[in-house]
Write a new protein. Structure first.
Ligand SMILES: Nc1ncnc2c1ncn2[C@@H]1O[C@H](COP(=O)(O)OP(=O)(O)O)[C@@H](O)[C@H]1O
Ligand SMILES: Cc1ncsc1CCOP(=O)(O)O
Ligand SMILES: [Mg+2]
Length: 269
């Protein structure tokens, strides 16, 4: 597949194939993530026990690892699940929530990258910078007010980490070492809903489950997600974050391939 207009068709493929997405995620966003995947047309499952994660990961179309509320037991399960997914050729998507905020998070994120072959790493600029040992302002799980060349950062990270890297924020960047894309959709209200980034990582998982070109899957997922947010904001944005969250779940269900082609703003860099 060559251009992003064709990649957008993956949305239809997700809805037809209804892929199982196995998430080992954080306690804050679990319910929102499951509901968002259902609204999209994918099939979520959360499973955490090390006794079952390998089996579940091998049944799934994609595995999503998220260290938002990590502890040693969960990290061990993530490594077991990740390695089982790798053996079965199931794509693994990683959200390094809060990498850089504490040493434990940074070290764990690097341990996962070292021991599991990742298809896509999705995070904000601060998390991605800290994964490759670069300085960037961070505030808990949010990117701080740091500034820098995010396109160049995504390229460096993709090369050093050996995965497709998606850096999100006001503008999103997807890089795979050869190709780089900029996506200019989204809405500031997404920053007022906890788990908007985490759900996006799982949505990337759903797209990666139906497409082996992980950069194509990531671009398609990000532009779809940004357009859905714009549609939700137009309907309910003025009422505030609570109404927006509900409208956004609705928009994930009704946003069509045609909507994404019409309103998507993607350019290759
Ligand atoms: N200022 C903004 N304007 C528009 N969209 C945004 C803005 N900030 C974040 N987004 C969107 O919110 C979603 C989550 O991204 P982000 O906030 O970077 O993740 P995280 O919550 O992990 O820090 C992405 O779709 C991104 O494009
Ligand atoms: C608030 C919080 N604290 C630990 S995980 C988490 C959720 C972060 O979700 P997102 O990165 O999608 O905003
Ligand atoms: Mg996040």
């Amino acid at each position: 597949m060559a251009n992003w207009h064709e990649w957008v068709e993956l949305l239809e493929r997700v809805r037809e194939e209804n892929p199982l997405v196995h998430n080992i995620t954080n306690v804050v966003v679990t319910n929102f993530t499951a509901n968002g995947l259902l609204a999209l047309g994918a099939s979520p499952v959360m499973a955490y026990a090390k006794e079952e994660v390998g089996e579940m990961a091998q049944l799934a179309g994609a595995l999503v690892l998220n260290i938002g509320t990590l502890n040693d037991k969960e990290v061990e399960a993530m490594l077991v699940a990740g390695q089982a997914a790798n053996e079965a050729g199931v794509p693994v998507i990683f959200d390094p929530v809060g990498a850089g905020a504490t040493r434990y998070r940074t070290e764990t994120a690097r341990r996962i990258v070292g021991q599991v072959k990742l298809a896509v790493i999705r995070g904000n600029a601060a998390e991605i910078a800290h994964m490759i040992g670069e300085a960037w302002a961070i505030k808990g799980v949010d990117a701080g007010g740091g500034s820098g060349d995010r396109v160049a950062l995504a390229k460096r990270a993709a090369e050093q980490l050996g995965a497709v890297v998606a850096i999100t924020g006001k503008e999103d960047v997807v890089a795979d070492g050869q190709r780089t894309y900029l996506i200019q959709n989204g809405h500031p209200l997404l920053t007022k809903v906890t788990g908007a980034g985490c759900l996006l990582t799982s949505v990337v998982g759903a797209f990666a489950a139906v497409e082996r070109d992980a950069a194509a899957a990531a671009v398609a997922a990000l532009v779809y997600y940004g357009v859905a947010a714009e549609q939700a904001a137009a309907k309910a944005g003025e009422r505030g974050p609570g109404s927006f969250q509900t409208a956004f779940l609705d928009a994930l269900a009704y946003t069509s391939v045609d909507d994404v082609k019409r309103y998507g703003r993607v350019e290759q860099r």
